[in-house]
Design a protein around this ligand. Structure first.
Ligand code: ACO
Length: 365
């Protein structure tokens, strides 16, 4: 038996046409297109690209957006069920349960034919935001807001969350957030759901595998970790002690480091830019300035200790952006999932399209 690679570091498990990462030069492409270019499109267009493999023409995009907007509403039974979820917990727990319940109301639930999968794709992408916003409203004793079909995916989510329309910049920030979170090759949650799909289990089941895996603090849960860390640090005066104490005791600083990127995560740079703009619009850059200072202290600590630099990842400035959008940290992982759903589905479809069950070996000791 060959030597085990702990954490499967560097192991290439499959071929994909969905995304490409160059971790040395900090390059990310979805379907061959740089993330910097994609960030200026709409989330609907990027979802279409991920799922169908091409940028839609105007007519194709209109049709796709119309379908998504038509499917945003969720079954009333599902809203009733959300009432039984523990509001003290992270919303991801409720979302995971909600997807399980959704499968019971979906007539295509067990059908993994291409046609059924495309129908479920639309319903899943369209309803993730509705479920997360409904959970938030219920948890806070507020009336659930119905989706507004005249709004984009991002604007509609903020509208359902707050009960009022976001500013143009806030809507743009939410769209970018969903786009930047949409896809990242064989990250832990995507790998988990490809394994589920490789057993020819259905789409809802595979998505639940992804959700459960995204939750962990070393993966998508780090976004919540960043928001909580910003609260814990509170003021620039506390940064140095916080960072030093963590590094000394080998505790992780949330939102830093990456298995693949050995340089700045290209998504973090785009998040940083939009987070700065939102902070400026609000006229309060406290969280943004604090984050910039944490980044600077981290860098200097690494240099001083002759450690390889550890750069911010996708979760760092997205956490800052959520704070400026006044989103509570217990929603962070679910909002990540709202973006990631289109990438997850693209991977399931790719797996079904050229399947062999994923079954590695273990070395008995
Ligand atoms: N804070 C402090 N030290 C860190 C961090 C961090 N965030 N990340 C890595 N390191 C250090 C490790 O202690 C280790 O140091 P050493 O060489 O002196 O022992 C070195 O960097 C390499 O770390 P590994 O654990 O080998 O890196 P791995 O690839 O296994 O882990 C991971 C990557 C999980 C992302 C890690 O960097 C981490 O825990 N980050 C914090 C959590 C986080 O932000 N996760 C989100 C990642 S993006 C995503 O999944 C959506």
């Amino acid at each position: 038996m060959k030597q085990v690679k702990k954490g499967l570091e560097g192991v290439v498990a499959l071929d994909t046409q969905i995304s490409f990462i160059d971790g040395v030069h900090g390059i990310l492409k979805y379907r061959g297109i740089e993330i910097e270019k994609l960030a200026d499109l709409s989330y609907d267009a990027v979802s279409y690209l991920l799922i169908y493999g091409m940028i839609p023409d105007a007519e194709g995009l209109n049709e796709f957006s119309r379908e998504l907007r038509k499917e945003r509403k969720v079954h009333p039974h599902l809203l009733n069920m959300l009432n039984f979820c523990d509001f003290e917990n992270e919303s991801l727990d409720a979302l995971r349960t909600a997807i399980s319940v959704c499968a019971h109301f979906d007539e295509d639930s067990h059908d993994i034919s291409e046609q059924a999968n495309f129908r479920k794709t639309i319903r899943l992408i369209a309803r993730f935001p509705t479920m997360v916003a409904a959970f938030y409203r219920m948890a806070n004793g507020l009336e659930v807001i119905s989706p507004d079909p005249s709004l984009s995916h991002g604007a509609n989510f903020l509208y359902m969350l707050r009960g009022s329309r976001p500013t143009e910049l806030e809507a743009e920030a939410m769209e970018k957030d969903f786009i930047l979170s949409a896809e990242h090759e064989l990250n832990p949650s995507t790998f988990a759901l490809r394994i589920t799909a490789s057993t020819l289990s259905d789409l809802h089941s595979a998505i639940i595998s992804g959700l459960c895996t995204l939750k962990g603090p070393l993966h998508g849960g780090a976004r919540k970790g960043v928001m909580d860390m910003l609260d814990d640090i509170g003021s620039p005066d506390n940064i140095a002690a916080y960072v030093q104490e963590h590094l000394e005791h080998k505790k992780r600083i949330m939102g830093f480091g990456h298995r693949v990127y050995k340089t700045y995560d290209p998504r973090a740079r785009i998040y940083r830019d939009i987070a700065r703009k939102v902070a400026m619009e609000k006229g309060n850059s406290h969280w943004f300035d604090l984050a910039r200072e944490i980044e600077s202290v981290m860098y200097h600590e690494m240099v001083e200790n002759k450690h390889k630099p550890i750069y911010p990842n996708v979760d760092f400035y997205s956490g800052v952006l959520y704070k400026d959008l006044e989103i509570p940290s217990y929603l962070a992982t679910s909002i990540f999932a709202i973006g990631r759903i289109s990438g997850w589905i693209a991977h399931c479809l790719e797996q079904y399209g050229d399947n062999r069950v994923i079954r590695p070996r273990a070395h008995f000791v």
